[in-house]
Design a protein around this ligand. Sequence first.
Ligand code: ARG
Length: 559
Amino acid sequence: MDYKRHIAKGLKIDGVSEEEIYSAMALPPNSEMGDYALPCFKFAKILRKSPVAIAEELKNSYVCDEIISEVSAVNGYLNFKVNKIALTNAVLSDVLNSGDKYGSSTVGKGKTICIDYSSVNVAKPFHIGHLSTTVIGGALYKIFRFLGYNVVGINHLGDYGTQFGKLICAYKRWGDRDEVQKGGIHAINDLYVRFNTEATAEMESEAREYFRLIESGDKEACELFEWFKSLTLEYVKEIYAKLNITFDSYAGERFYTDKMQPIIDELRAKNLLKESEGAQIVDLEEYGMPPCLILRSDGASLYATRDLAAAVYRKNTYDFYKCLYVVAYQQNLHFKQFFKVLELMGKPWAKDLVHVAYGMVSLEDGAMSTRKGKVVWLEDVIARCEEKAYAIIDEKNHALENKKQIAQTVGLGAVIFGALYNNKIKDITFSYDKVLSFEGETSVYVQYTCARANSVLLKSGEDKHFAKNYEPNAQEFEVIKAIAAFPDVVSEAAEKYEPSVIARAAVDLAQKYNKFYIDCKILTAEGDSKPFRLALTRAALQTLKNALALLGIGVPEKM
Ligand code: ARG
């Protein structure tokens, strides 16, 4: 049940929508003041009244009910107190009835969201820099689905460009079919790196010729290219499977080869194309941006040209409500430019394109070297996290069964959570010790809390009943409120395109549950307390599982 929604529906403010009230509501800094608060400062301008007066008026008109038992106006805040017993009854039955659907909704019904994420480059390393786009995009995919949207995951493969000519040239000179087949993406990457260090002018021109051959559909060149592409896909798909990530389309840049001309024609017809030093550009000076390059002087298309074609294609194919691009902030300008070009072309849906930017991930010092040299491949980061998780688990609980499998779930979770936990625009330093800490704000901590809750439930013999009309104590009620907030948390994560909101809420709930666990007996509790606490434990566990599942993280039964 969404209590914020419940309150927002009960408030009427002239000129302010229910949605705006809903998103303005907050949790008060301490629960003495109330359980929810509406800061009225935001409405002072629209209503031309002081926040204090607004809060006072709203207080007088708000009608309390079974769940919201008290409203007060304090210093421009409208504070709501909930009826603990009614809320507790409602939350517990909601979670226990909804199970893995708890927190979901149908707000997105009938709307399609395209998410362009991960979008790796063929024959290039899948490295730590792709971690964020992959896990943030993957989480957004699951979150929007959970909210009832139709979601299309798109891997806009980087499979276009002169580098493939270079690769063919290098392969022809130094490559061996069996070795490349066996070595996969690593072998191709080695060839590419070797080309870049050893290529002569002659080889460069050979490479250009091979690129031209791919472009013109030459059989041998295309076959080689397709082979390199399939080796890349084989490799990345294995990582996607591990990370619980799926795509509905792998239409990459090359897919748009024959879809760019209509865009160029349209730009020309709308008088947006300009010649500049032989190249074709869209001038964006008026908007404070450098020009968007559409065609090079040799007639070749650019990254932006293919993105324009891709956006139009996606609109026509999926009729999206929003199209998200989960791409590092280094590409801010690129997205601003091509969004603007679409706007200038008169596409009303240009406003529905969203660049979901995120910061850089680097590894802490000393962790840079891998068996593949300078680049840190994602598979190595994952493998290392799994190994370290194994060592930690083995030390903590040597007799545990299925240690290997558990270490995988824990290690992968740490990689994902480590990349997701911070506000996405921040640059982060990935530290193995930090993401694998049992005590920090980590997935390991959350998973460990789940294992703890699970073990209580196992020992109890799984009683499905809970005590109704039980008055929770302070620790219990903190857990109830954190569980009750979960549906809001999911919507907020979607609204802000920010999975970290869910990661943080999971840590918060785990902390509250642990406080309750330490302060209150469960299995030896007396009277109604025992069935109530077991139900609370089950509800907390379910909510934590749902939260982690949305991030692509599993929960071991034992740890
Ligand atoms: N392949 C690009 C890169 O690695 C990312 C592509 C993002 N998507 C897009 N539609 N531009 O930088």
